[in-house]
Design a protein around this ligand. Structure first.
Ligand code: A2P
Length: 339
């Protein structure tokens, strides 16, 4: 079996570290592992497959010099804008975790359980985009339901963990919680988030746009339809909550016809990468604590609306660093290898 030289740009970050773990767990055929970051952490080491590797600085030349064949990018949109062209020029397949290329028409945006056939379009640019974390877990649920029953409209509210903002988001929550337990609440400073996140909920992720939605909300709307090849009306409200890891979503779906929860449960029970946890009599439903450090999207609280039999409500949770980023990226790479 062919083995590949694999680079991770942003290897020292929250998603980058998870990428290394998932590649290792999945026994991805790695010939050479090349962790890349900024000059700040170049020279530090990162372990992969039981060995320590030195982090190299991301430069235009490093991709050709290290003969990288698959480059995962998870260092933010600006870094992707700056260095993806050099990686592609050096002959690497780029799997980009940022939003930079996602909506470009000649770049496939892929969730392998939903549209793996789009991977073949990578040839146009040498880039495959990994969707937004909240979008990935939502389409794990919506795609099988749309195929089975036909969806007419979706309304979603998210409850997103601080690690979605990277390690600095986690540090900010920890620091503020320390101040709070020490009764120094006035010392809490908000730098990463617009307001104090400890003991709070902030309906603001990414920047506000002219239409009063945030960029995160518009990503969920536009990316979902690109991945599913649909034009479904969707509205989203994205909220940051003081959870360390794993995003939750309350989703309301209107179908073409009346629906019943037993049929929905049957479809979701058999959907790839989805786990049904819906036993309310025993207080069993999805929560960040059960989804964290796993590779599945958990779904539960499935119920038909009290006033309209075409409307269904449900709750889904997934580890956004894995399902919403690293695991999806590695699943894309695995499918690409099979082409
Ligand atoms: P570094 O550790 O050198 O700052 P997170 O999402 O957890 O905040 O991590 C962001 C990742 O992106 C880190 O690995 C960080 O590396 C990397 N990064 C940030 N800026 C650059 C840059 N200009 N070039 C390459 N990598 C970068």
């Amino acid at each position: 079996m062919k083995r590949y030289n694999v680079g991770i740009v942003g290897a020292s970050g929250a998603v980058g570290e998870e990428l290394a773990l998932v590649l290792e767990e999945q026994k991805f055929p790695v010939a050479k592992f090349v962790p890349l970051a900024s000059a700040r952490s170049a020279g530090e080491t990162i372990s992969f497959g039981g060995k320590d590797y030195e982090i190299l600085e991301t430069t235009d030349e490093v991709f050709a010099k290290e003969q990288i064949e698959i480059a995962f990018f998870s260092a933010g949109g600006n870094v992707s804008a700056r260095y993806v062209p050099s990686a592609v020029k050096a002959g690497a397949l780029v799997i980009d975790n940022t939003s930079h290329f996602r909506m470009e028409s000649d770049v496939p945006l892929v969730v392998p359980e939903v549209n793996s056939e789009d991977i073949a379009l990578y040839k146009k640019r040498g880039i495959i985009a990994n969707p937004n974390c909240s979008t990935i877990q939502m389409v794990h649920i919506l795609a099988p339901l749309h195929r089975a029953f036909g969806i007419e409209r979706v309304d979603v509210s998210t409850y997103q963990a601080v690690s979605g903002a990277g390690k600095k988001g986690v540090d900010e929550l920890f620091t503020q919680m320390r101040h709070i337990v020490n009764f120094n609440i006035q010392e809490c400073e908000a730098e990463v988030f617009a307001h104090r996140i400890a003991l709070n909920a902030i309906p603001h992720i990414d920047v506000f746009l002219d239409n009063d939605y945030t960029k995160e909300e518009m990503k969920m709307i536009n990316e979902t339809n690109k991945i599913m090849h649909t034009n479904i009306p969707i509205s989203a409200t994205c909220v940051r909550v003081p959870v360390l890891r794993s995003h939750s979503e309350s989703i309301t779906i209107r179908f073409k016809d009346a629906i019943d929860s037993a049929r929905v449960k049957e479809v979701l029970k058999n959907a790839p990468s989805v786990v049904l946890v819906d036993d309310v009599k025993n207080n069993q439903y999805p929560m960040p604590l059960i989804a964290t450090e796993t590779d599945q999207t958990y779904v539960g609280r499935i119920r038909v609306d009290n006033f309209d039999s075409r409307i269904l409500h449900l709750w889904c949770v997934a580890d956004q660093l894995r399902v919403g980023a690293a695991t999806n990226a590695v699943r894309i790479a695995q499918k690409w290898i099979e082409l």
